[in-house]
Design a protein. Structure first.
Length: 286
């Protein structure tokens, strides 16, 4: 055997070994693939379980809050009648009146929380169907602004309208859009001690763009990413008088998303906040 034959043999041996190595690697990859597939299936199963749990939670919250409404309304009615006093009863003392008004204020707050949670649960459970009809967005905004006027006057805050058109008719769920304006303007008034709140609506071709801007407390960089989350409330100046639930903005976002629109926020602490949302003129098919 010559030196050349030997090196050919050695090469052949090397190739055989390399082939074996490749075979082993291929086997390893096949096994890994199988393992990934199994993991993926398990993940799907877990996701499905989580979805079911989340649905269960939503319908539980929905059922519970729904059940709470009637007894609460009855307690309120009873307290109201007691606080007004019967014609044959002695007038209430100052302390009694104060206790009644504290109790009634807290019932109002509880009712607001329950209504917010009901809205949220409805939206989450997909129970919230859009009741879409052609409506004038300008008129809806104008009506909401008028309803917010007493609160603005009480705080000495001006409500400004910046509407680029006299009318913009698009398909929307009127009640839900009014809720969006109410929540956004309500927040703006709540977190603004002085200055103004400006509401704008403009035609942007395929969509209508609306904004609610204020000259209030603003939201810090740390918090701004969380504003649309559920039960999120941050330390803001001027918010002490009204305790909310931190659900308003998440409801707003759900409603805008249901309409196929987008919402975003810009804010600078101590300067003000601007919420902008869009609503497409043609509703996407669902
Ligand atoms: N215009 C605003 N200016 C400053 N901070 C705001 C403004 N809007 C919202 N925020 C901050 O975001 C938080 C969440 O707002 P959101 O409307 O969801 O809840 P809320 O107003 O506290 O309670 P709810 O709306 O349920 O009664 C507020 O608590 C506040 O800290
Ligand atoms: Mg709010």
């Amino acid at each position: 055997m010559g030196a050349q034959d030997k090196s050919i043999e050695a090469l052949q041996e090397e190739m055989r070994l390399a082939k074996e190595e490749l075979e082993i690697q291929r086997w390893g990859i096949a096994k890994t693939n199988e393992a990934i597939k199994t993991l993926y299936k398990e993940l799907e199963k877990k996701n499905e379980e989580l979805r079911n749990l989340s649905d269960l939670k939503s319908s539980f919250v929905y059922g519970l809050t729904h059940e709470l409404r009637t007894p609460l309304a009855m307690i309120k009615e009873g307290l109201l009648q007691l606080s007004e006093g019967a014609s044959d009863a002695p007038p209430l003392s100052q302390k009694q009146s104060r206790l009644f008004s504290i109790a009634l204020e807290n019932i109002d707050r509880l009712q607001r929380i329950i209504n917010n949670m009901l809205d949220m649960a409805k939206l989450e459970a997909g129970k919230a169907e859009l009741n879409t009809e052609e409506a004038d967005l300008i008129a809806l905004a104008h009506g909401t602004i008028a309803a917010c006027k007493p609160m603005a006057d009480k705080k000495g805050i001006e409500l400004k309208e910046r509407f680029s058109l006299a009318k913009i008719i698009i398909p929307v769920d009127k009640d839900k859009i009014v809720q969006v304006f109410t929540n956004l303007i309500g927040n703006a008034l709540k977190f603004t001690a002085e200055g103004y709140v400006e509401i704008g609506i403009a035609d942007k071709g395929a969509a209508v763009e609306c904004y609610v801007a204020d000259t209030g407390a603003g939201i810090s960089k740390d918090d701004i990413g969380k504003v649309f989350g559920r039960f999120q409330q941050f330390k803001s100046a001027g918010s002490a008088s009204y305790k909310g639930t931190g659900l308003g903005l998440s409801i707003v976002k759900d409603i805008i998303t249901l309409h196929g629109g987008k919402i975003w926020v810009e804010s600078e602490p101590d300067k003000g906040t601007k919420f902008t949302f869009t609503i497409p003129k043609a509703q996407a098919k669902r």
